[in-house]
Design a protein around this ligand. Structure first.
Ligand code: UDP
Length: 138
């Protein structure tokens, strides 16, 4: 078993899609082993997306991520990181495969409904940013 970190982004929480997204996650065999709704601060969002700070979309991304609440989650499965990336679909919903979360729900490349870690190393860093070990119940 391994773990990945997920965020249900503000465009999705705003449209009341948390349950619909969780249903897709669970149907794919990922187990939600921690979950919390939180309004990200500017500092939290800037730290979280720090790797993108030189990119032209950084300011807009941080603005969107802090505008409304998000749901942060830890997901568990065999090969959780690649499995959830597959369930999410491509960053740009126009390129996302049928049935993926971004194909189903994303509004645009920026407001694309979900985040998922891109490596086991980043998953561990991102999980630790939001959850302590005792808050994750596998
Ligand atoms: N993003 C954006 N414009 C772009 C590329 C990315 O607004 O041209 C946003 C989008 O919300 C994306 C996030 O920045 O999910 C992080 O980008 P990344 O390339 O890491 O994509 P992801 O791992 O989320 O698929």
């Amino acid at each position: 078993m391994s773990r990945t970190f997920s965020i249900i982004k503000p465009d999705a929480t705003r449209r009341n899609l948390t349950g619909a997204i969780n249903a897709v996650i669970e149907a794919a065999g990922l187990r939600i082993v921690a979950q919390r709704r939180v309004k990200l601060t500017q500092a939290q969002a800037e730290e979280f997306y720090g790797v993108h700070k030189e990119r032209p979309f950084f300011g807009e991304l941080v603005g969107q991520m802090t505008a409304e609440p998000v749901v942060v989650q830890v997901l568990e499965a065999d090969n959780a990181v690649p499995k959830y990336r597959e369930v999410m679909g491509a960053t740009n919903p126009e390129q996302a495969a049928e049935g993926t979360l971004r194909k189903l729900f994303a509004l645009s490349i920026g407001e694309n409904s979900v985040h998922g870690s891109d490596s086991d190393e980043n998953a561990a860093i991102e999980i630790a940013q939001f959850f302590s070990d005792d808050q994750i119940v596998g």
